[in-house]
Design a protein. Structure first.
Length: 302
Protein backbone atom coordinates (compact mmCIF):
# COMPACT_ATOMS: atom_id res chain seq x y z
CA UNK A 1 0.00 0.00 0.00
CA UNK A 2 1.30 3.44 -0.96
CA UNK A 3 1.24 6.05 1.79
CA UNK A 4 1.95 9.75 1.92
CA UNK A 5 5.36 10.77 3.20
CA UNK A 6 5.64 12.99 6.31
CA UNK A 7 6.53 15.91 4.04
CA UNK A 8 3.06 15.73 2.48
CA UNK A 9 0.98 15.11 5.60
CA UNK A 10 -0.22 18.70 5.70
CA UNK A 11 -1.50 18.37 2.14
CA UNK A 12 -4.20 16.00 3.33
CA UNK A 13 -6.00 18.88 4.96
CA UNK A 14 -6.30 20.61 1.61
CA UNK A 15 -8.78 17.98 0.47
CA UNK A 16 -11.35 19.66 2.67
CA UNK A 17 -11.19 22.71 0.40
CA UNK A 18 -12.41 20.76 -2.60
CA UNK A 19 -16.10 21.40 -3.15
CA UNK A 20 -18.27 18.70 -4.67
CA UNK A 21 -21.63 19.37 -6.28
CA UNK A 22 -24.44 18.87 -3.72
CA UNK A 23 -25.81 15.80 -5.43
CA UNK A 24 -22.39 14.13 -5.32
CA UNK A 25 -21.77 15.12 -1.72
CA UNK A 26 -25.07 13.62 -0.75
CA UNK A 27 -24.03 10.32 -2.25
CA UNK A 28 -20.58 10.16 -0.74
CA UNK A 29 -19.29 10.27 2.79
CA UNK A 30 -16.00 11.84 3.89
CA UNK A 31 -13.60 14.25 2.27
CA UNK A 32 -11.68 11.53 0.46
CA UNK A 33 -14.77 10.15 -1.25
CA UNK A 34 -15.80 13.70 -2.11
CA UNK A 35 -12.43 14.43 -3.68
CA UNK A 36 -12.50 11.18 -5.65
CA UNK A 37 -15.93 12.07 -7.01
CA UNK A 38 -14.76 15.54 -8.00
CA UNK A 39 -11.82 14.24 -10.06
CA UNK A 40 -13.25 11.91 -12.65
CA UNK A 41 -11.76 10.18 -15.66
CA UNK A 42 -14.88 10.55 -17.77
CA UNK A 43 -13.12 9.33 -20.90
CA UNK A 44 -11.84 6.16 -19.29
CA UNK A 45 -13.76 3.03 -18.52
CA UNK A 46 -13.69 1.76 -14.96
CA UNK A 47 -10.93 -0.67 -14.04
CA UNK A 48 -11.77 -3.99 -12.42
CA UNK A 49 -9.57 -6.33 -10.43
CA UNK A 50 -8.93 -10.00 -10.90
CA UNK A 51 -8.42 -12.04 -7.76
CA UNK A 52 -5.08 -13.82 -7.72
CA UNK A 53 -5.27 -17.64 -7.68
CA UNK A 54 -3.49 -17.72 -4.33
CA UNK A 55 -5.94 -15.22 -2.84
CA UNK A 56 -3.31 -12.51 -2.38
CA UNK A 57 -2.44 -9.67 -4.76
CA UNK A 58 -5.17 -8.47 -7.10
CA UNK A 59 -4.02 -7.05 -10.44
CA UNK A 60 -6.07 -4.37 -12.20
CA UNK A 61 -7.41 -5.26 -15.62
CA UNK A 62 -6.85 -3.23 -18.76
CA UNK A 63 -9.63 -1.59 -20.66
CA UNK A 64 -9.34 0.29 -23.89
CA UNK A 65 -10.96 3.58 -24.84
CA UNK A 66 -13.86 3.39 -27.30
CA UNK A 67 -12.49 2.46 -30.69
CA UNK A 68 -12.96 5.87 -32.29
CA UNK A 69 -11.25 7.69 -29.42
CA UNK A 70 -8.24 5.40 -29.51
CA UNK A 71 -7.81 5.87 -33.26
CA UNK A 72 -8.05 9.67 -33.15
CA UNK A 73 -5.13 9.95 -30.80
CA UNK A 74 -3.08 7.17 -32.36
CA UNK A 75 -2.46 5.71 -28.92
CA UNK A 76 -4.04 3.21 -26.56
CA UNK A 77 -5.13 4.12 -23.06
CA UNK A 78 -4.89 1.47 -20.34
CA UNK A 79 -6.01 1.62 -16.75
CA UNK A 80 -2.77 0.71 -14.97
CA UNK A 81 0.32 -1.41 -14.55
CA UNK A 82 2.12 -3.46 -17.19
CA UNK A 83 -0.10 -3.29 -20.27
CA UNK A 84 -0.97 -6.06 -22.69
CA UNK A 85 0.60 -6.02 -26.13
CA UNK A 86 -1.02 -3.70 -28.65
CA UNK A 87 1.73 -3.97 -31.24
CA UNK A 88 3.51 -0.85 -32.35
CA UNK A 89 1.24 1.72 -30.74
CA UNK A 90 2.15 4.18 -28.06
CA UNK A 91 0.57 3.25 -24.73
CA UNK A 92 -0.85 5.73 -22.24
CA UNK A 93 -1.51 4.49 -18.71
CA UNK A 94 -3.76 6.24 -16.20
CA UNK A 95 -3.38 4.22 -12.97
CA UNK A 96 -6.69 4.04 -11.05
CA UNK A 97 -5.03 4.20 -7.63
CA UNK A 98 -7.10 6.36 -5.22
CA UNK A 99 -4.00 8.22 -3.98
CA UNK A 100 -3.21 9.33 -7.52
CA UNK A 101 -6.73 10.72 -7.84
CA UNK A 102 -6.33 12.42 -4.45
CA UNK A 103 -3.08 14.21 -5.32
CA UNK A 104 -4.49 15.28 -8.69
CA UNK A 105 -7.40 16.85 -6.79
CA UNK A 106 -5.02 18.82 -4.58
CA UNK A 107 -3.00 19.97 -7.60
CA UNK A 108 -6.11 21.04 -9.50
CA UNK A 109 -7.27 23.23 -6.62
CA UNK A 110 -6.34 26.85 -7.36
CA UNK A 111 -6.27 27.64 -3.62
CA UNK A 112 -3.52 25.11 -2.79
CA UNK A 113 -0.52 27.22 -1.63
CA UNK A 114 2.99 26.48 -2.98
CA UNK A 115 4.12 24.21 -0.08
CA UNK A 116 0.97 22.09 -0.39
CA UNK A 117 1.15 22.05 -4.18
CA UNK A 118 4.81 21.01 -4.18
CA UNK A 119 4.27 18.23 -1.64
CA UNK A 120 1.31 16.92 -3.62
CA UNK A 121 3.30 16.95 -6.87
CA UNK A 122 6.15 15.03 -5.24
CA UNK A 123 3.74 12.44 -3.84
CA UNK A 124 2.04 12.07 -7.21
CA UNK A 125 5.42 11.44 -8.83
CA UNK A 126 6.19 8.75 -6.28
CA UNK A 127 2.85 7.02 -6.76
CA UNK A 128 3.04 7.05 -10.55
CA UNK A 129 6.66 5.83 -10.45
CA UNK A 130 5.48 2.80 -8.47
CA UNK A 131 3.00 1.95 -11.24
CA UNK A 132 5.40 2.78 -14.09
CA UNK A 133 8.07 0.37 -12.86
CA UNK A 134 5.75 -2.61 -12.42
CA UNK A 135 7.21 -5.63 -14.29
CA UNK A 136 9.92 -3.39 -15.78
CA UNK A 137 12.86 -3.19 -13.38
CA UNK A 138 15.86 -5.49 -14.05
CA UNK A 139 16.01 -8.21 -11.40
CA UNK A 140 18.63 -10.61 -10.06
CA UNK A 141 18.12 -13.83 -8.11
CA UNK A 142 20.12 -15.05 -5.17
CA UNK A 143 20.08 -16.32 -1.62
CA UNK A 144 20.25 -14.48 1.69
CA UNK A 145 20.66 -15.71 5.23
CA UNK A 146 17.62 -14.95 7.37
CA UNK A 147 17.63 -15.21 11.19
CA UNK A 148 16.07 -18.65 10.75
CA UNK A 149 17.68 -20.10 7.63
CA UNK A 150 18.38 -19.38 3.97
CA UNK A 151 15.87 -17.88 1.54
CA UNK A 152 15.84 -17.52 -2.21
CA UNK A 153 15.21 -13.88 -3.13
CA UNK A 154 14.90 -11.49 -6.04
CA UNK A 155 16.16 -7.92 -5.95
CA UNK A 156 16.58 -5.00 -8.31
CA UNK A 157 19.85 -5.33 -10.21
CA UNK A 158 22.28 -2.65 -8.94
CA UNK A 159 24.42 -3.02 -12.07
CA UNK A 160 21.63 -1.62 -14.26
CA UNK A 161 20.54 1.68 -12.68
CA UNK A 162 17.47 3.39 -14.09
CA UNK A 163 18.20 6.74 -15.71
CA UNK A 164 15.85 9.39 -14.30
CA UNK A 165 15.58 12.50 -16.49
CA UNK A 166 13.58 15.33 -14.85
CA UNK A 167 12.66 18.25 -17.08
CA UNK A 168 13.08 21.43 -15.05
CA UNK A 169 11.51 22.91 -13.13
CA UNK A 170 8.45 20.94 -12.10
CA UNK A 171 9.90 17.62 -13.29
CA UNK A 172 12.49 17.87 -10.53
CA UNK A 173 9.73 18.23 -7.95
CA UNK A 174 8.04 15.06 -9.22
CA UNK A 175 11.26 13.09 -8.68
CA UNK A 176 11.77 14.18 -5.04
CA UNK A 177 10.02 11.10 -3.60
CA UNK A 178 11.07 8.54 -6.23
CA UNK A 179 14.22 7.45 -4.40
CA UNK A 180 12.45 5.06 -1.98
CA UNK A 181 10.48 3.55 -4.87
CA UNK A 182 13.32 2.84 -7.31
CA UNK A 183 16.39 1.47 -5.47
CA UNK A 184 19.12 2.10 -8.07
CA UNK A 185 19.00 5.23 -10.21
CA UNK A 186 21.16 7.88 -11.84
CA UNK A 187 19.74 11.34 -12.52
CA UNK A 188 20.37 13.57 -15.55
CA UNK A 189 18.72 17.01 -15.64
CA UNK A 190 17.33 18.84 -18.66
CA UNK A 191 16.15 22.45 -18.57
CA UNK A 192 13.87 24.04 -21.16
CA UNK A 193 12.40 27.55 -21.29
CA UNK A 194 9.28 27.98 -23.41
CA UNK A 195 8.83 31.09 -25.55
CA UNK A 196 5.50 32.58 -24.48
CA UNK A 197 4.79 33.77 -28.04
CA UNK A 198 5.83 30.85 -30.23
CA UNK A 199 5.40 28.21 -27.46
CA UNK A 200 8.63 26.60 -28.70
CA UNK A 201 11.15 25.29 -26.12
CA UNK A 202 14.73 26.50 -25.80
CA UNK A 203 17.31 24.25 -24.12
CA UNK A 204 19.28 26.02 -21.37
CA UNK A 205 20.63 23.05 -19.36
CA UNK A 206 21.72 19.65 -20.64
CA UNK A 207 23.30 17.16 -18.24
CA UNK A 208 22.67 14.08 -20.39
CA UNK A 209 25.58 11.67 -20.97
CA UNK A 210 27.17 11.49 -24.41
CA UNK A 211 25.42 8.20 -25.12
CA UNK A 212 22.93 5.66 -23.78
CA UNK A 213 23.17 1.92 -24.32
CA UNK A 214 20.29 0.60 -26.45
CA UNK A 215 19.24 -1.55 -23.49
CA UNK A 216 19.26 1.34 -20.99
CA UNK A 217 15.98 1.98 -19.17
CA UNK A 218 15.01 5.66 -18.99
CA UNK A 219 12.25 7.49 -17.12
CA UNK A 220 11.56 11.00 -18.38
CA UNK A 221 9.67 13.13 -15.86
CA UNK A 222 7.86 16.15 -17.28
CA UNK A 223 5.03 17.41 -15.10
CA UNK A 224 2.84 18.76 -17.91
CA UNK A 225 2.57 17.53 -21.50
CA UNK A 226 0.58 20.29 -23.17
CA UNK A 227 1.48 21.24 -26.75
CA UNK A 228 4.16 18.56 -26.80
CA UNK A 229 7.08 20.83 -27.72
CA UNK A 230 9.20 20.16 -24.63
CA UNK A 231 8.62 16.41 -24.42
CA UNK A 232 9.34 16.03 -28.16
CA UNK A 233 12.61 17.96 -27.76
CA UNK A 234 13.51 15.79 -24.76
CA UNK A 235 12.77 12.56 -26.62
CA UNK A 236 14.85 13.75 -29.58
CA UNK A 237 17.79 14.48 -27.26
CA UNK A 238 17.82 11.04 -25.63
CA UNK A 239 17.10 9.07 -28.80
CA UNK A 240 19.93 10.71 -30.74
CA UNK A 241 22.21 9.54 -27.92
CA UNK A 242 21.21 5.91 -28.53
CA UNK A 243 18.20 5.41 -26.23
CA UNK A 244 15.53 3.03 -27.51
CA UNK A 245 11.97 4.47 -27.29
CA UNK A 246 10.72 1.01 -26.32
CA UNK A 247 12.82 1.28 -23.14
CA UNK A 248 11.61 4.78 -22.24
CA UNK A 249 8.74 5.60 -19.88
CA UNK A 250 7.37 9.11 -19.50
CA UNK A 251 5.84 10.18 -16.19
CA UNK A 252 3.63 13.25 -16.05
CA UNK A 253 1.00 14.73 -13.75
CA UNK A 254 -1.44 15.76 -16.47
CA UNK A 255 -1.23 15.34 -20.24
CA UNK A 256 -3.23 16.86 -23.09
CA UNK A 257 -4.29 15.40 -26.41
CA UNK A 258 -2.00 17.56 -28.62
CA UNK A 259 1.13 16.29 -26.87
CA UNK A 260 -0.02 12.67 -27.02
CA UNK A 261 -0.78 12.99 -30.73
CA UNK A 262 2.71 14.32 -31.49
CA UNK A 263 4.41 11.63 -29.42
CA UNK A 264 2.38 8.79 -30.91
CA UNK A 265 3.14 9.87 -34.46
CA UNK A 266 6.91 9.73 -34.00
CA UNK A 267 7.66 7.39 -31.09
CA UNK A 268 5.86 4.09 -31.43
CA UNK A 269 6.35 1.76 -28.49
CA UNK A 270 6.69 4.62 -25.99
CA UNK A 271 4.75 4.35 -22.73
CA UNK A 272 3.32 7.37 -20.93
CA UNK A 273 2.13 7.21 -17.32
CA UNK A 274 -0.01 10.08 -16.09
CA UNK A 275 -2.47 11.02 -13.40
CA UNK A 276 -5.03 12.51 -15.78
CA UNK A 277 -5.71 13.23 -19.45
CA UNK A 278 -7.24 16.59 -20.41
CA UNK A 279 -8.51 17.27 -23.90
CA UNK A 280 -7.68 20.91 -24.54
CA UNK A 281 -4.83 23.45 -24.57
CA UNK A 282 -5.60 27.18 -24.61
CA UNK A 283 -4.00 29.89 -26.74
CA UNK A 284 -1.27 30.43 -24.10
CA UNK A 285 -0.30 26.75 -24.28
CA UNK A 286 -1.76 25.79 -20.89
CA UNK A 287 -3.75 22.61 -20.38
CA UNK A 288 -7.47 23.18 -19.73
CA UNK A 289 -8.69 22.62 -17.08
CA UNK A 290 -5.18 21.47 -16.10
CA UNK A 291 -3.57 22.86 -12.96
CA UNK A 292 -1.80 26.01 -14.12
CA UNK A 293 1.98 26.43 -14.34
CA UNK A 294 3.35 23.56 -12.26
CA UNK A 295 6.79 25.16 -11.90
CA UNK A 296 5.50 28.54 -10.75
CA UNK A 297 2.99 26.96 -8.38
CA UNK A 298 5.67 24.68 -6.90
CA UNK A 299 8.16 27.45 -6.22
CA UNK A 300 5.79 30.36 -5.52
CA UNK A 301 6.94 32.42 -8.51
CA UNK A 302 3.52 33.26 -9.90
Amino acid sequence: MLAASPAATSALAAARQIACPPQQAAQREGARACASGWVTGAKLKSAHSHAAPHGGFSAPSYQRLPRGAAQRGGHVVCSAGAPPSFGRQMLVMVPPHPLIKHWIAILRNATSPPPIFRAALAELGRNIAYEATRDWLPMVQGEVATPCGVAEVEAVDPSQPIAIIPVLRAGAVMTEQMGPVIPHTVTYHLGYARDETTLEPTLYLNKLPESFAPTARLIIVDAMLATGGTIMATMDEVVKRGANPNNIRVISAIVASPALKRLSEKYKGLRVYTGMIDADVNAQGFIVPGLGDAGDRSYGTL
